[in-house]
Design a protein around this ligand. Sequence first.
Ligand code: C2E
Length: 818
Amino acid sequence: MTQRSNNEHPESFMALFSRMPIASMLTRVSDSRVLAINLAFERLFGWTNADVLDKSSDQIELWSSPQQRQQLLDLFARNSRVTQFECQLACRNTNLKTCLVYVESIGINGDVCRLSMAHDISDRIAAEQALKLSETKFSLLFQQAPEPYALFDKKTACFIEINQSFTELFGFQPEDVIGKTAKDINFWKDMDARPAVIEKLLREGRLRSHPADFLTKDGRVLHCEVSSNFIEVENHSRTLSSFKDVTARRQAELALRASEDKFVKAFKSSPDAISISDMATGAFLDINESFTRLTGYSEAEAIGRRENELDIWSNSHERRSLLQALGREGRVSMREMQLNHRSGRSLIVSVSAERVQLDGRDCILLTCRDITEQKLIEARIKHQASHDALTDLPNRLLLHDRLQQHLGLLERHQLHCALMFFDLDHFKHINDSLGHSRGDAVLQEIATRLLDELRKTDTVARLGGDEFVVLLTGLKGSSTEIVRQVRNTAEKLRQALAAPMEVEGHTLQLGCSIGIALAPEHGDNPDDLLKRADIALYQVKASGRDGIAFFEQQMQIAASQRLTLETDLRQALQNEEFCLHYQPQMDASSQRIIGAEALIRWQHPERGLVGPGAFMEVLEESGQILAAGSWVLHEGCRFIARLLEQRRIDPQQFCLSINISPRQFRQSGFVDEVAAAISQHGIPAQALKLEITEGMVIQNVNDTIAKMHQLRNLGIRFAIDDFGTGYSSLSYLKRLPVDLLKIDQSFIRDCTRDGNDAEIVRAIIAMARSLNMDLIAEGVETGQQLAFLLEQGCSNYQGYLFSPAVTEDAFCQLLAGR
Ligand SMILES: Nc1nc2c(ncn2[C@@H]2O[C@@H]3COP(=O)(O)O[C@H]4[C@@H](O)[C@H](n5cnc6c(=O)[nH]c(N)nc65)O[C@@H]4COP(=O)(O)O[C@H]3[C@H]2O)c(=O)[nH]1
């Protein structure tokens, strides 16, 4: 054990002791009593010599921890000295001081003493703790910071640390970057830009929001603002950089710039006229070229001037309403307005406008598109949709509309109106014989004549073909007065149409039939009224045309009966309720049956056998004649085939006449159908004769003749039925490949009593002879009639005198009887 001895100069030691700058205490080892403390001790701990002298060190409350004291004493006992023993010592005021305690053993006045020196390190510890705390805080802040941070070594430029946000933004994990440079990890988008940035950092000592582009771990470019500072961490110079991702902002800025560019481009080069004007004053702030084109005003003329100064809008109320809508809704879309061109020309424009803020000013951004042309086209299309192309009269649609409107007003104003349905008698003949262009000219002339005769408030419409409708409106008075007024007008119109007209060198005279329905008497809706006027028209046509008829309830009944009949006939065709009866045709000189006429009958389930007079017209009108006619043709052929098979007739001397309706003859496949029928049933063509009427030929002479020739070439023969009742013109008769003329029964009926009829019969016989045609008289009922015919040289006849039309069986018996 070493021990310093101060025995020789204890006074000088004590003087030295008391002035020692380090807080010291002398304690006798043997009894642990305090011998002295020095000034520095008093200063440091606040204890005075009076407090401690001669007290055992454990009696003074210097030690905050008895364990520490014991530890120190143990150390001292082992080594006779202690160095740098860190412990906490209590001051008189109970504050604690962290000290490094050194203990030496010295001898004083023969006593072994402990010289304990306490070096106060409280401040250093506090500073160290503060530093540690600050570093912890920094590390915490660094790691937890919401902004991406990276710490670089200033010298090597290697990453030292990155925070979580950095990882989240750039995708790099600490292990990807730490110890590597930005270059190593390809961090800069443009590595060449880096030196300038570093140079700026070094020059200015820091960077503030410096723009730079970086690459994420997966290669995406991020636009960032970098801020950097140099800091000292644990005695190392570091560069602390933060990164602010401004990619979205940059993109938004770019997008905004692009959109501004686009706006400017769109504004300048838009085909639509665009203007920006001050909302408060109406003064133009900017206009584009299209605006100049549309309005005629140049930039110099328009900018700074107000809209109403330039008098751009034709209607001030339109402009007012536009501004009101803008004020209310903030925008207006595709509003139609009238615009004045500088030249005074009026244009229709489609206007869209929006309230916008420009430089804090309330403005109107207004777009105009010229739709004048489009409007004209629309108007034309609308007109075309509601007007007849040939006459420019309202069509069915518009008539319907107007009628609807007028019907709505009738009750309120105690008014009446009349609907007149016109049909030009035999107009089809004109079309067929003179051609469609002349037919069109006639229709135009009719339209003009009707319009000339009527008031502006009345409507003349064309429904198609030769169907015209006149709507007389605003009729007042009692029912009788109205009927009189309407009848007078109808008569006036009929006469106007009946006046001769010159059409391309032809003088024509047309009769017309007029059916009239009155509203509200005959209906309160357009469809009913049209239907009823049509029913009345039908009545006129049925009773010989060229007349006027008002609708009557009775007609409606007839019309509905006709409809029922039509339905029943359709059913009859399906159920095969038709049959043929055959009327023998005789040669009076030889008393032989030379042929027969096939006549259709309807074996009605309730009414029994019904003759064609009761249904032929409806078959014709409804178009069912095509199916019925085809059935007759085939049934007639089957009849001939059976007679031939049963050897009841000689094909050279027997011929079956079949009536062909006009519609049936006109249909396009007629020739083929007849050819197919004769070949299908295996009968000689000359055993078949087709009866056509004069009227049928006259309707379309050229087509009829062509078809007749085609059939004639097959060997089929023709008879002209009801000859003498129609035109009976030699000129066309000569051109027809006809074999036989049938003298109509109306002449035969009275030929023995009426000189005129007798004359007509003589003339027909003479005509047939001169044309080298065969003759047959129909409807011969008496011996006198036959005698007259024989006298005139006509021996062929059919009629009740010999036999009415009979069933096949009965006909076979007649054949057998001969
Ligand atoms: N008073 C009188 N009448 C006589 C006499 N002899 C014959 N009749 C009738 O006169 C009509 C002659 O036929 P139509 O002139 O071709 O006139 C026919 C014809 O135009 C048409 N018709 C008849 N069957 C057919 C057919 O299958 N197809 C077509 N398209 N029309 C037919 O119906 C019309 C009427 O036929 P039906 O009623 O059968 O009337 C037949 C016949 O029964 C007589 O001595 N005195």
